[in-house]
Unconditional design. Structure first.
Length: 427
């Protein structure tokens, strides 16, 4: 069978601890793994295309889009492209099966549901969802696609659960009507902000009860959304990154009306008795010492961190959360500050109870990291960002098949007893 050819990505095999003697069994194991998704397809040819894509993602190909994968394995290039875009097969059922298998492999009590986004730079403007927007891969605003992803991490491992392509608001204007049709965007898709997309995915994951969690971890885009944080289920605690200029109160303040100066209009707006400060000011305050702690064990030894953790009061802003444009107090939360190796800081809010163990807060900081590792593996090794198709279906199917490849790799790691430390190899 063509998929038995031993062309597996050598870095993947090395990372998973697979020897040369084990390689020849992987083709058969992949076929058995893909057989779990047989009910998603209408005929055997579709099964072959799906397995070919997953094998291609796991291979040593430099580019892992439909054409090079098809050419490597002797499949039809046109058929491979249509398999992603047009062929009628049940991707929704595949997602359901995938989630159950992922849950069985990695779910453990006390984990973290993680939400983040991943941008893919694009040179043209015909691919679905492309616009000038912030791209994390480039660290700046540029022409790109952006997907919102939800994942899971815990002591059993990590993986991506679901994804949704973000469509900028301009894609819903009348002048984009023809382009929406050309890209096959379903008519019932309406504009949603990234936090709104994330909330919907979070609700579905929590309702599935497949991924037991204590935490919801998010980056600063979602951590700065007051509406998103308020929508986090009450049985979960959030650990939300925030920006360095976020304003907080470090002690209780009293709201009073300013005394009238006797000139001009009387100011009737209440003001706090103390001024808020930026979180970076707290990080730089030498009177608040850093704690040196071991967050966990990594592949290269203990993960040492320097951190500060204290209770603060959020600011409430009219135009955006936490900007304190009217200097009003908000919710009391934990502020967790971590000093990175390069001297920079990471800031996070958590609504965990006031009497929670600081070790649990630090555990959340460690659990927040694996989704970044997941993106690195899926992009650098499996071709998550190699989709060259322009349609809505193709983007979501390509990313789903990459998820399958990553899950197969996770199962191989577990089978060959790669230590659990591999899930937290860096910080």
């Amino acid at each position: 069978m063509m998929l038995q050819k031993p062309d597996w990505n050598p870095s993947i095999l090395s990372e998973a601890g697979i020897t040369e003697n084990m390689v020849m069994n992987l083709g058969e194991e992949l076929s058995e793994f893909m057989a779990s998704f047989k009910e998603c397809f209408n005929y055997s040819g579709q099964e072959v295309y799906a397995e070919t894509f997953v094998k291609g993602f796991l291979s040593d190909l430099q580019y892992k889009s439909a054409e090079p994968i098809a050419l490597r394995y002797g499949a039809s290039v046109r058929g491979s492209q249509r398999f992603l875009k047009d062929y009628k097969w049940d991707a929704s059922t595949m997602v359901d099966i995938y989630r159950v298998k992922l849950s069985s492999a990695i779910s453990k009590p006390g984990g973290m549901i993680t939400i983040d986004e991943c941008g893919e730079p694009k040179k043209g403007n015909l691919s679905v969802g492309v616009a000038r927007q912030y791209c994390g891969a480039l660290g700046k605003t540029d022409n790109c696609q952006v997907g919102v992803y939800i994942g899971y991490s815990g002591t059993g491992g990590y993986g991506l659960i679901d994804r949704r392509l973000f469509l900028p608001e301009k894609w819903f204007r009348d002048e984009y009507k023809n382009r929406r049709a050309e890209c096959g965007i379903p008519e019932d898709v309406v504009f949603q902000t990234k936090p709104e997309i994330a909330k919907n995915m979070l609700d579905k994951v929590v309702a599935s009860e497949l991924f037991p969690a204590r935490w919801v971890g998010v980056d600063s885009l979602y951590g700065s959304s007051k509406e998103f944080l308020a929508a986090v289920p009450k049985n979960l605690w959030y650990f939300a990154d925030v920006r360095s200029n976020t304003l907080v109160f470090t002690e209780k303040r009293i709201m009073t009306k300013p005394e009238y100066s006797g000139k001009g209009r009387r100011d009737l707006k209440e003001k706090p008795s103390i001024a808020p400060v930026q979180v970076k000011t707290i990080a730089e305050d030498e009177s608040l010492p850093w704690s040196k702690v071991v967050l966990g064990e990594g592949a290269k030894g203990p993960i040492i961190a320097y951190d500060k953790c204290l209770r603060v009061i959020m600011g409430e802003g009219r135009s955006a959360p936490f900007l304190c444009d009217d200097n009003r107090p908000g919710e009391t939360v934990w502020l967790y500050i971590r000093r990175l190796d390069d001297g920079s800081f990471k800031f996070s809010f958590s609504n965990a109870p006031w009497d929670v163990s600081l070790d649990l807060i630090r555990e959340a900081a460690l659990l927040r990291w694996p989704i970044e590792q997941c993106f690195l593996e899926c992009k650098n090794e499996l071709g998550l960002d190699h989709c060259e198709a322009r349609s809505w279906n193709a983007w979501h199917r390509h990313t789903l098949l990459v998820f399958l490849a990553h899950l197969f790799l996770t199962l191989i790691r577990l089978k060959y007893k790669k230590t659990s430390n591999s899930y937290f190899v860096s910080s």
